[in-house]
Design a protein around this ligand. Structure first.
Ligand SMILES: *[C@@H]1O[C@H](CO)[C@@H](O)[C@H](O)[C@H]1NC(C)=O
Ligand SMILES: *[C@@H]1O[C@H](CO)[C@@H](O)[C@H](O)[C@H]1NC(C)=O
Ligand SMILES: *[C@@H]1O[C@H](CO)[C@@H](O)[C@H](O)[C@H]1NC(C)=O
Ligand SMILES: *[C@@H]1O[C@H](CO)[C@@H](O)[C@H](O)[C@H]1NC(C)=O
Ligand SMILES: *[C@@H]1O[C@H](CO)[C@@H](O)[C@H](O)[C@H]1NC(C)=O
Ligand SMILES: *[C@@H]1O[C@H](CO)[C@@H](O)[C@H](O)[C@H]1NC(C)=O
Length: 450
């Protein structure tokens, strides 16, 4: 060991001891959970910011951010704008967002976070004027690989590729890709399309202007590869506590449904998705500038605290038997089964330990369940609870007037991809009844069947 290092260790030891003495020997856990590790940017304590538009992009860990926002909204009684008739659990994606897509019982909203194709003008009319715009991007090569696997059976541009080979597609994308075809939005510059841009316009001038426009509108563009760091920036931007951004990863694939990328493919993917690649490079760079402004060291410390707090939360919820990652068919609780895009791709979810109600540290069962609840089920749950709240506030409207949009939405969805879940929520006590706190949902369900 070098002399310098010895001296350094000695100094560290001395200062630790003095810190310990200074705190009268009470240096303990609670010190570590001190919420503000990076200095707050505002000199005076400000209330938590609650007007948020999160553009949920595809295949970017955005389901996890949505789950954080849903839980925050519920804890703080904030109205979340949700899709209504004729959309499903997304705002009629891939159509461009329109305020007509919003369920009438979910306005005026504070938060909006379901999938949409971004439309700034409509959101300006819908959302409070102090709304902060946030989104998330992912590295283009792994993103495209993910899209290619996930939408392989939906997107014809992918489906017509022989042997489902990503290499074959990239050798000559134009022999498989038809820009106007349904679901072609998943086959090229998908992030750009989600952000309201033109996926097939790859002129450098257009790209530059588009990136600048996104930069103007969005206060924070998170990066999936640096998810925890992005969350720390998010919580500082919104003045939230660390506890507000605890999460469990949702909507993941099993490792066997991931393709590995041979050398040369990432470059081809970037060339084919050149607008997305430009967006990514720009916002990855700006993320790191923001992290440096906040302090890379203190961010790392906060990330560590976040991970420890998550561990504690999971232990509190599930004891030592953490929810197990399972394939959908193995998950007994239908409310926790994630949606499966095709038989070839397995999206894993969590199975709840059967004795969750006796959470060892008294975490509420409701909160624990929602931490691992997939997007579609959570959306339906909020559609129910916000409709109930709306009808309590507007008791003079006749039930049929207020109920009809919800019913149509449910039937619509039922026909589409979540028949099973919905049939269950319509014919048997819905989720709300199981997890408590939303008495009355059962009556709604009965009405829906008549
Ligand atoms: C140490 O922890 C206990 C409970 O865990 C807490 O009551 C006490 O205030 C803590 N002491 C200090 C100095 O933080
Ligand atoms: C949310 O609303 C419920 C019922 O109206 C109320 O009991 C609770 O205190 C509210 N919580 C917050 C954080 O406003
Ligand atoms: C935001 O809206 C409120 C009321 O709707 C208004 O009083 C306020 O001036 C607006 N603020 C800005 C910055 O436009
Ligand atoms: C598809 O796979 C089969 C069997 O693995 C192989 O014989 C065939 O050449 C492949 N086709 C293409 C176009 O790669
Ligand atoms: C993101 O930016 C950082 C800092 O410039 C760089 O080190 C890192 O390699 C970039 N990440 C990716 C995936 O490009
Ligand atoms: C739940 O049950 C398992 C065994 O079935 C047990 O090991 C575990 O400690 C229990 N957890 C709680 C929180 O009671």
């Amino acid at each position: 060991m070098s002399q310098k290092r010895k001296i350094l260790l000695f100094l560290v030891a001395i200062s630790s001891v003095s810190l310990f003495l200074h705190h009268g020997g009470h240096l303990n856990w609670t010190m570590e959970t001190s919420p503000m590790v990076c200095p707050s940017t505002s000199p005076t304590p400000t209330p938590k910011h609650t007007s948020i538009a999160f553009l949920k992009t595809h295949k970017t860990a955005s389901s996890t951010v949505q789950n954080i926002l849903f839980r925050f909204a519920e804890r703080n009684n904030l109205t979340v704008a949700l899709p209504g008739y004729p959309c499903d659990h997304q705002f009629c994606y891939p159509h461009t967002f329109n305020n007509r897509f919003v369920h009438p019982h979910t306005v005026p909203p504070k938060i909006i976070t379901s999938h949409m194709r971004f439309n700034r003008a409509e959101l300006l009319r819908l959302m409070p004027n102090d709304t902060i715009y946030i989104t998330i991007l992912r590295e283009p090569a792994s993103m495209f690989e993910s899209l290619f696997s996930y939408y392989n059976q939906y997107c014809l541009s992918f489906k017509r590729v022989p042997n489902g080979s990503l290499e074959t597609f990239l050798e000559n994308p134009w022999s498989y890709y038809r820009p106007e075809e349904k679901y072609a939005v998943y086959a090229r510059n998908t992030l750009t399309y989600d952000l309201g841009g033109d996926k097939d316009q790859t002129d450098p001038m257009y790209i530059r202007n588009f990136v600048a426009e996104v930069d103007r509108v969005f206060s924070l563009v998170m990066i999936a590869e640096y998810f925890d760091e992005s969350l720390i920036l998010l919580r500082h931007l919104l003045g939230w506590e660390l506890e507000d951004v605890l999460y469990v990863k949702l909507n993941m694939r099993t490792s066997t449904s991931k393709l590995s990328l041979s050398s040369g493919l990432p470059a081809k993917i970037r060339a084919w998705n050149s607008v997305d690649a430009a967006l990514y490079d720009h916002f990855n760079a700006s993320l790191w500038r923001k992290l440096e402004d906040l302090g890379v060291g203190c961010v790392a410390r906060e990330v560590q605290l976040l991970q420890r707090a998550t561990d504690r939360l999971l232990r509190g919820c599930f004891g030592s038997n953490f929810p197990q990652l399972r394939s959908a068919s193995q998950i007994k609780n239908k409310n926790l089964r994630p949606w499966q895009p095709s038989s070839k791709v397995a999206i894993v979810g969590y199975e709840l330990p059967s004795n969750i109600s006796r959470g060892s540290r008294g975490q509420s069962q409701d909160m624990c369940l929602k931490l691992i609840m997939p997007e579609v089920q959570y959306t339906h749950l909020l559609q129910h609870s916000e409709s109930l709240r709306y009808r309590r506030k507007h008791p003079t409207r006749t039930p049929m007037q207020t109920l009809r949009p919800a019913i149509s939405t449910l039937h619509q969805q039922g026909r589409k991809d979540h028949k099973e879940t919905l049939e269950r929520s319509i014919t048997s006590p819905p989720l709300g009844a199981e997890i408590g706190g939303t008495r009355g949902t059962q009556q709604v369900s009965k009405k829906q069947t008549t």
